[in-house]
Design a protein. Structure first.
Length: 328
């Protein structure tokens, strides 16, 4: 659906996007994840044709964004971080206006507007001035605008910024429903946002793509060892003697447990070896029952911190700050 090749964007001496390449498949919800200033909004603005790249190419459903921008843009619905709403219009008037700008046939505008209002659940505020709407409803009106014309790709830049918890849940549910009929790309620096909504994650750091996979696979890819946490009834000497004799166990940490006569144990092992059965039978043989055994997996947050560890410094003068890029 989308193919980005060797994308570069420079602002003077600052390299905001650094030779970025990736593909987006049809029917998935993708998350652009990265700290502020990592290049998320700049990349999305180039993908939508709002700004031009310094180098590289962007293909949208077979159309080159630079050579054939009109056809490429017809495939995209875009919601910037700050929705470009005309607040003195009603929701219905604004959507009619947006439909005309998108070149929707006049005899189809009424039905198109009615459809997107139904999908985004804004019929109740269709004839209210946008300036009198809540932040959540304004965001929904912006989403409705992005859906006009039934584009194959929906691009959302920080779609839940500034919303309260109830509104965030509503927008997340709406995005998940959009993913059934559209390819959706959303940017965020909020980990829970990406985990809750997206099928695949693209992590950016300093304008470069540092990871691209499903949320589950990212954790697995970053694992260099397995971690097990156990609570075992027995003496520390017996537990250490059994565990240290098991092939694949690389380190053992023990502390006294809150459970009576128990030890809390953290075992690091080779990821190529599943040591759980060996631990179970080894401790059973010396009559040290296991009360709990949990395999610790890296969360998306752990992966994000590792991959962007040096990307949290405040931007210097002249550097990109994504929080201001999408102000249309």
């Amino acid at each position: 659906m989308i193919e980005v090749k060797n994308l570069v964007k420079r602002y003077g001496s600052h390299l905001a996007v650094d030779h970025l390449s990736f593909t987006v498949e049809e029917g998935h919800i993708y998350g652009f994840l990265g700290p502020n200033g990592a290049g998320k909004s700049t990349t999305m603005n180039m993908m939508t044709g709002y700004i031009g790249p310094t180098e590289g190419s962007i293909m949208i459903n077979g159309h080159d964004m630079l050579e054939n921008p009109e056809k490429a843009k017809k495939c995209i619905g875009y919601l910037p971080e700050l929705p470009p709403l005309y607040t003195d219009m009603t929701s219905r008037e604004y959507l009619h206006f947006a439909a005309e700008l998108k070149g929707i046939a006049k005899d189809k505008i009424k039905d198109s507007v009615a459809d997107v209002m139904a999908v985004t659940k804004i019929e109740d505020v269709a004839d209210r001035l946008i300036k009198n709407l809540s932040k959540g409803y304004k965001q929904r009106v912006g989403l409705a605008q992005a859906l006009l014309g039934y584009p194959e790709v929906i691009i959302l830049d920080e779609p839940t910024v500034g919303l309260d918890p109830a509104q965030i849940i509503e927008i997340r549910e709406l995005i998940r429903s959009l993913g059934k009929k559209h390819t959706v790309i959303l940017s965020s620096h909020i980990l829970s946002e990406i985990s809750a909504v997206c099928d695949d994650v693209l992590i950016l750091s300093h304008g470069k793509l540092v990871a691209c996979d499903t949320t589950d696979n990212l954790g697995k890819l970053m694992e260099d060892r397995n971690t097990l946490q156990l609570t075992v009834k027995g003496t520390e000497d017996d537990i250490r003697r059994v565990l240290s004799a098991i092939d694949g166990v690389e380190s053992i940490e023990t502390v006294k447990s809150e459970e009576k006569e128990c030890i809390d144990v953290t075992v690091q092992s080779d990821p190529k070896v599943d040591v759980r059965e060996l631990i179970f039978y080894g401790l059973a043989a010396v009559e040290c029952p296991i009360y709990t055994m949990n395999q610790v997996k890296k969360s998306l947050e752990d992966v994000f911190i590792e991959l962007t560890a040096d990307d949290h410094a405040p931007a210097q003068n002249g550097e990109e700050d994504d929080s201001h890029e999408s102000n249309l």
